[in-house]
Design a protein around this ligand. Structure first.
Ligand code: BGP
Length: 458
């Protein structure tokens, strides 16, 4: 089968500031947490040990070129640009981002910029992070500064990357700082993130910049175990909590009524101000980035809830291990390529078919050295993973879905939060000690696919 993609389809990859750049003046929650609990990080490797993009940005952009990228997403580090979150702008950071943006543009690689990719300045966390509305204001100022500094040359902005993840990690499931387990605080963090997003969109519109603004969401389609109404209801609630809690505000300008009713019934709603709903309505986006890694499979709960246990999303469903599911054992995530199509169809049918693109998709694999042949990692599994997902994406486009591109996570193996360098995702292998970069087989495959704007698969 031949799969050809529309003209000007975006081929590229995504990364983030904290995961690639290396140390900076402004401390983030990650630096702070790592200094106190290094054991939380795989092999005790912290956010200082990255793929050194701060030093090697120029040659790394050459590698993007070799991969035939026409677009590339990274993020601006709030803590690098404004070390204490709210005060002076660091001129060295301005120079750095100017150089990166200019070089990308010169090389014909369209820069896509995220404003917040899990990297809260520690000074902002010290005053409560997203629980504090002052941090929402500080973020809005930071966003405005970025638009003013770089908005003439960056035409695709994203307010947040996967904003549900800091909510889950930091306030429900203990895999991000500040390691709180408290649903109401989690809901407050999510709510204030949506307000911060809307304020950034408002500022962008007010500035009449030339480009467009959106958000990147990790959408995990919720599949019920069966069509039994109890299973269907469980999947619906999981969808409300993990997808629609952000998807509806940014595309429809309001929260789903049944999500609000559910949280109200359990006394978990965050404090709202009367003017918030008008602001949220102004946060509607131009472009949606979809990160897709895995589906969510759920069933109704088998047992009763322990009334002493903290209120959790899992009060309403159990996770379901579907027999025969295909797993990525290293990351523990199911691989299910049709999910990408289901997401696009849902956007087409229920959200007015917004402009969107796949902003992350990928496969983290441990110990890839064992696949080295003649000095190169032969990651056939990654080529299969990508081509499977691309074939479903192609089907979505052929049925009218407004999907404009495909970005992989990621271009060079990078630091992955608590997993550090356990699982590798890159098109390019990184030797952490020597910082040597070597293209993997998948990099060559992707470069050819991007160049031809098509690929073939049996
Ligand atoms: C996404 C994040 C990325 C990246 C990727 C891989 O959720 O946007 O920052 O890290 O997942 O996941 P992980 O690093 O957890 O294996």
């Amino acid at each position: 089968m031949k799969y050809a993609f529309p003209d000007n389809f975006w081929w590229g990859s995504a990364s983030s500031a904290l995961q690639t750049e290396g140390a900076r003046e402004g401390e983030t929650t990650w630096d702070y947490w790592f200094a106190r609990e290094p054991n939380r990080f795989h092999n005790g490797v912290g956010p200082q040990q990255t793929s050194t993009f701060y030093q090697h940005w120029k040659t790394d952009i050459q590698l993007l070129k070799q991969l035939n990228h026409n677009s590339f997403r990274t993020s601006i580090s709030w803590a690098r640009l404004i070390p204490d979150g709210i005060g002076e702008v660091n001129p060295e950071a301005v120079d750095f981002y100017n150089q990166v943006i200019d070089e990308l543009n010169e090389q014909g690689i369209t820069p896509f910029m995220t404003l917040f990719h899990f990297d809260m300045p520690m000074a902002m966390q010290e005053i409560g992070g997203w629980e504090n509305r002052d941090v929402v204001e500080a973020y809005a100022r930071y966003a405005q500064i970025c638009f003013e500094l770089f908005g003439d040359r960056v035409l695709h902005w994203f307010t947040f990357n996967e904003p549900i993840v800091p909510v889950e990690g930091g306030y429900l499931y203990d895999f991000h700082y500040p390691n709180v387990v408290d649903f109401r605080r989690a809901a407050t963090v999510a709510y204030h993130t949506v307000l911060a997003h809307a304020k950034a969109v408002q500022a962008y519109r007010a500035g009449h910049y030339a480009g467009e603004i959106g958000i990147v969401l990790n959408l995990t389609p919720s599949y019920p175990r069966s069509q039994n109404p109890a299973d269907v209801k469980a999947a619906h609630i999981a969808d409300l909590m993990f997808n629609r809690s952000f998807l509806d505000p940014v595309l429809r300008g309001e929260y789903p009524a049944d999500l609000v009713a559910l949280l109200k019934a359990y006394d978990q709603l965050p404090a709202c101000k009367p003017e918030d709903s008008a602001l949220i309505a102004e946060g509607k986006i131009d472009l949606l980035g979809v990160n897709y890694y895995q589906p969510r499979r759920v069933k109704c709960r088998d047992g009763a809830v322990n009334p002493q246990a903290p209120f959790m999303p899992e009060w309403f469903f159990d996770n379901y291990e579907m027999p025969g599911r295909k797993m990525n054992p290293y990351r523990g995530w199911e691989i299910y390529a049709p999910g990408i199509y289901d997401i696009l169809v849902n956007l087409r049918d229920n959200y007015g078919n917004p402009r969107c693109f796949i902003s992350e998709n990928g496969m983290g694999v441990e110990n890839e050295q064992r696949f080295i042949e003649n000095g190169q990692i032969n990651d056939q599994y990654r080529i299969e993973f990508i081509s499977e997902h691309l074939s479903w994406l192609h089907k979505g486009i052929s049925e009218g879905c407004n999907c404009l591109g495909y970005h992989m996570w990621t271009f060079i193996d990078n630091w992955s939060w608590c997993n550090a360098y356990k699982n590798r995702y890159g098109f390019i292998q990184l030797d952490l000690k020597t910082q040597q970069r070597t293209m993997k087989k998948s990099g060559e495959w992707f470069a050819a696919t991007a160049l031809n704007n098509r690929f073939e698969k049996e």
